[in-house]
Design a protein around this ligand. Structure first.
Ligand code: DC
Length: 228
């Protein structure tokens, strides 16, 4: 009978955790296996941070950041190689510098910025489902999803991964500053008042220190399929 079918709810997989645990690569593999988009929410905070740096706005200036976040247009284009656009400009590689990383952590502690980006993430997820990765996906963005994963790894393993990632992107960095930066950023992300990085008993916690990315992705996919 027309109208009697209830549409399936979009599948949302939440992957949260600190920097350097392999969330992005894992998220991409999981999304491909489940045939849903991969949505890197950190890229959105990075885009706002880049816009602030370009405009000479302090990354802790709440009023100016609220105004900026409500004016700029951020488009996230999921895909095999997802892109992030800031007012139509492709800034996918510009947002990956250490300077933008720290600025992204700063702007992400501003509630007005979070409000705007959480809404955008919810819209994207509701439209076609997705593997969303970030810091607050299972606590704030989609708390109702049963598929929540928190990835961890030993601090030196995380710093090593970030270091190799940045080297591979051709950036000149030294290991000690990468370690210091990721410790500072994780501390700031975990102790902010609005939506700090955290997890609860509704999450499956995976220590990725001694696992390959494929093993982590496989564990997540299996768990999601066993629920479905
Ligand atoms: O995942 P990432 O390193 O690209 O994220 C950059 C910063 O954005 C990170 O330091 C904290 C913030 N962030 C956040 O507060 N909430 C999210 N859902 C994703 C990222």
């Amino acid at each position: 009978m027309a109208g009697s079918a209830v549409p399936d709810k979009p599948l949302i997989v939440a992957i949260d955790g600190p920097s350097g645990v392999g969330k992005s690569t894992t998220g991409r593999l999981v999304a491909r296996a489940l045939n849903i988009p991969h949505i890197d929410t950190g890229a959105m905070y990075r885009a706002i941070a880049l816009a602030a740096l370009r405009a000479g706005i302090g990354t802790r200036d709440e009023a100016a950041l609220e105004d900026l976040a409500s004016r700029v247009r951020i488009d996230f284009i999921p895909g095999e190689r997802e892109r992030i656009l800031l007012d139509g400009e492709d800034v996918t590689s510009q947002i990956r510098t250490p300077q933008v990383s720290m600025a992204a952590s700063d702007v992400s502690s501003v509630p007005a910025v979070r409000r705007i980006l959480v809404r955008l993430q919810q819209e994207l997820g509701r439209r076609s489902g997705g593997v969303l990765e970030g810091r607050d996906i299972g606590t704030k963005v989609f708390p109702e999803t049963p598929y929540k994963f928190f990835l961890t790894a030993r601090p030196e393993v995380r710093a090593q991964r970030r270091y190799r990632e940045l080297l591979a992107k051709g950036q000149s960095v030294d290991y000690q500053s990468v370690l210091a930066e990721s410790e500072r950023r994780d501390m700031q992300d975990s102790t902010r008042t609005d939506s700090p990085l955290t997890y609860d008993q509704t999450y499956t916690v995976i220590d990725t220190s001694d696992l390959t990315i494929d093993q982590v992705a496989e564990a997540i996919v299996q768990r999601v399929r066993s629920f479905c």
